[in-house]
Design a protein around this ligand. Structure first.
Ligand SMILES: Cc1cc2nc3c(=O)[nH]c(=O)nc-3n(C[C@H](O)[C@H](O)[C@H](O)COP(=O)(O)OP(=O)(O)OC[C@H]3O[C@@H](n4cnc5c(N)ncnc54)[C@H](O)[C@@H]3O)c2cc1C
Length: 469
């Protein structure tokens, strides 16, 4: 019980979980180079001794104990501000644990349908909170033919489903894809990917079980090779958390870990409980990323002596508009928070969805502007090994020189950052992730249309046209 420490986290991952990467089974992920960066960052979230971050990382629970703030259900503006500050100092491993807070908050709605499920949610939430555990968000199913419902697929397992029920629990089969930090957390927390209807009871399923439960296998994919030079890859050599393809092969889920097993009317509320919190994290990352991109463009165009050119000023202005629109959407969403009947405060969903949509749909254009301003060295800058080579170092530096008020090495560093962030393996991952993570553009369109005040817009239009209802 209580707050743990970084070494405890590392040791806790040696629990017999079945993890694979690059075609190999990994008996202890602590010993595998592909996971080193992610484990280091995940372990850092267990550092409660730093006086600078402790007040953000720790809160006092309603039971009077100390816990990681990721479990705190926000009930005030101050809580929301702290949650935003927490995201800035938290790794993906801990960030995804917000799923338990989101579930805990809808337990009263769940109780109206099945009191036992609500009790299970509360117990699992408190167990994880009080033991400082981490959980992932296993939501996205394989989905097969997208035009068909789960019940109409050729293979019924394409959406995770209940294949058996017995006195001990339910038996589930299926897969959850693209799961952030799946191999690095203690609990696989499973929710339906979408609302379900009559006839879809077996796919209406939610639960949380330990990662080492028999029948769970996780295949990992990471964008950053373990041997990346921090000089050539200033970002991705320090930030990398493999996504997991989580396979459930007839896994027994004990009844006390089940949050939903057949009551299809709860699938929608469970699926949606997390969406907003996911998108807030996504929007926050976009706000930081857009500002960073403006900074990269400013610095590099100065190094190259083009910062005052008219077309560069226009492009940088477009990047600033983008960055400021995102920042304002996030700030507006926080200041105009809403409150649920249970007292949880949450950012204005319209602002979050509009901001996330705007950021995702303009991201590729912003990357294009940055590349246009930067030129071919984004992808052809010599690597550290060549720049350090005795025979090459001098001529390479000679021709990478621009002017005497900028160091060649600084220019190399800025190009490396731009390539790493936007044009190499991480950059490619990011192009896809900006569009898909937290739900694709269609999800934000649906949520925005659902929440927008069309009534007053229509009233306004009718009044202006002189139409009397
Ligand atoms: C890096 C990364 C991390 C992620 N982390 C997580 C995570 O931790 N947990 C998690 O659960 N998920 C996670 N996701 C998954 C993410 O939520 C999904 O990628 C996203 O919801 C899109 O689903 P999909 O990938 O299956 O694409 P698809 O659903 O196949 O979408 C592709 C296109 O098909 C369209 N489409 C889909 N269905 C239909 C239809 N019926 N009719 C018409 N058009 C349709 C979509 O609108 C879209 O344009 C992550 C994704 C990425 C890239």
């Amino acid at each position: 019980m209580g707050l743990k420490n970084p070494q405890w986290y590392r040791d806790s991952l040696r629990d017999g979980r079945r993890i694979y990467i690059n075609g190999e089974s990994i008996p202890d992920i602590n010993e595998n180079d592909w996971f080193k960066v992610a484990i280091k960052n995940g372990a850092e979230d267990y550092n409660y001794t730093d006086p600078a971050t402790r007040p953000i990382r720790v809160y006092e629970t309603e039971d009077g104990t100390e816990a990681h703030r990721i479990f705190k259900v926000p009930t005030s503006l101050d809580d929301l501000d702290k949650r935003i500050a927490l995201t800035d100092i938290t790794s993906g491993v801990t960030g995804v644990t917000a799923v338990l807070m989101a579930l805990y908050n809808i337990k009263d709605d769940v109780a109206k349908v099945n009191g036992q499920y609500a009790e299970n949610i509360e117990r699992v939430y408190k167990y994880c909170r009080d033991n400082d555990l981490r959980a992932d968000q296993c939501i996205t199913d394989a989905k097969g033919d997208r035009s068909r419902h789960p019940k109409d697929q050729d293979d019924p397992d394409l959406y995770l489903r209940i294949v058996d029920r017995n006195a001990d629990g339910i038996v589930v089969r299926g897969a959850k894809l693209h799961i952030t930090s799946a191999s690095l957390v203690h609990e696989q927390t499973v929710m339906p990917t979408k609302a379900m209807g009559p006839g879809e009871e077996q796919w209406s399923v939610s639960f949380s079980i330990p990662t080492n439960t028999p029948g769970i296998k996780i295949a990992n994919r990471a964008y950053a090779r373990p041997d990346l030079s921090p000089v050539d890859y200033p970002h991705s050599s320090h930030h990398n958390s493999p996504e997991g393809f989580v396979i459930f092969e007839d896994v027994l889920v004990p009844w006390d870990r089940v949050f939903l097993a057949g009551e299809y009317q709860l699938a929608g509320p469970l699926a949606q409980s997390l969406g907003l919190w996911e998108r807030i994290g996504g929007l926050q990352a976009m706000v930081n990323g857009a500002k960073l991109m403006v900074g990269m463009a400013q610095v590099l165009t100065k190094y190259n002596g083009i910062n005052k050119a008219g077309h560069i000023q226009e492009k940088i202005a477009e990047m600033v508009f983008h960055a400021e629109m995102l920042r304002m959407a996030l700030e507006h969403s926080i200041r105009n928070y809403k409150t649920t009947p249970t007292g949880m405060v949450y950012p204005d969903p319209i602002a979050i969805n509009v901001g996330k949509y705007y950021g995702a749909s303009h991201y590729h254009k912003m990357v294009g502007l940055l590349h246009d301003m930067s030129g071919g060295l984004v992808v052809t800058m010599p690597l550290e090994t060549d720049l350090e080579n005795e025979e090459l170092s001098k001529p390479l530096r000679k021709y990478l020189y621009t002017r005497d008020d900028h160091k060649v090495d600084d220019r190399v560093k800025m190009y490396n950052l731009i390539r790493d962030m936007t044009a190499d393996a991480y950059g490619g991952w990011k192009l896809v992730t900006e569009l898909s993570a937290g739900g694709g553009l269609a999800a934000q369109r649906i949520m925005t249309l659902r929440g927008y005040d069309f009534e007053s817009a229509e009233k306004m239009a009718k009044k202006e046209a002189g139409i009397i209802d």
